[in-house]
Design a protein around this ligand. Sequence first.
Ligand code: 4GM
Length: 221
Amino acid sequence: MRFDILTLFPEMFEPLKQSIIGRAIQKELLQVNLINIRDFSKDKHKKVDDTPYGGGAGMIMMPDIVYDAYNSIENKENAKVIYLSPQGKVLNQKKVVELSKENHIILLCGHYEGIDQRVLDEIVDEEISIGDYVLTGGELPAMVLIDSVSRYVKGVLKEDSTKEESFTKNLLEYPQYTRPEVFKSKKVPEVLLSGHHENIRKWREKTSIEITKKKRPDLLK
Ligand code: 4GM
């Protein structure tokens, strides 16, 4: 799967080189390309934003610069362009699975007070938010999207745990335990030591439902 990221801060994506996503990039299961929007600035001061027409606080990213940065991306015929913004549809696991079926995603990261509406209307297919709060830029949301979607790309996870993942069934995970058998006088639930697979499955299912009722009753509705 290929991701192209349009951003003013390409260095912010360093964390993707780590851990599971980093390994998937090395294995060429994922391709992550960074496009620095500032490289498409038209003046010697590398300016990319300007004051809003009509007045008001903050700076707006200029449409021609963002458009030229987008146009520099090659072989984008089948790409889905996603703009990360607090006004987007809130990302959930169902949407993550849906996006994992794409071959090519272009992520547009805004900054300042946003981007000129005309270039958004021209290039964006979908506006996505990672939750109802405001951040300084779209970079962290873009990384959240890449991480969550990449888990569903074949070969990225060593053991594909996404199939049984409780969140896919609108449930929270059951608790997990490892050695030692007793910690601070607390014993691991007996059923997990029994080796009785059907009883273990039932216990986990029951516990998942109880935990969801207690912590996230909204998921059961
Ligand atoms: C306003 C418009 C995304 C602000 C466009 C981006 C939060 C989210 C920004 C933008 C963001 C979110 C930058 N803050 N909830 N800030 O997904 O890109």
